[in-house]
Design a protein around this ligand. Structure first.
Ligand SMILES: O=C(O)C(=O)C[C@]1(C(=O)O)C=C[C@@H](O)C=C1
Length: 84
């Protein structure tokens, strides 16, 4: 294994992840505005369970399931903070 070339691959993936996270946060902010205007609660437990279930479903290697669950809980915690 060539450490440097694998790190270069990781750097590229990180760039994509951050771009996607930024888009996702922007959308969460939009939803937050809608929720405020319509007096809806920020936290939607059913939706969060569905998001996590779907994301675990996208995995080829289900050994990563608990990690995806943890990461998505953190992402959605950030979304909720951004919606306040
Ligand atoms: O779908 C929503 O209602 C959102 O506000 C987005 C989102 C998310 O980040 O996916 C954030 C908070 C909710 O508890 C559920 C989901």
């Amino acid at each position: 294994m060539d450490l440097n070339s694998v790190r270069i691959e990781i750097n590229k993936i990180d760039k994509e992840i951050v771009a996607c996270m930024e888009k996702r946060f922007n959308l969460a902010v939009e939803i937050g505005k809608y929720k405020k205007e319509n007096n809806l609660p920020v936290y939607d437990e059913v939706r969060e369970k569905k998001v996590i279930e779907s994301c675990i479903g996208y995995l080829n290697n289900k050994n990563y399931a608990s990690h995806i669950e943890y990461i998505y809980m953190q992402i959605m915690n950030s979304s909720k903070e951004l919606q306040l």
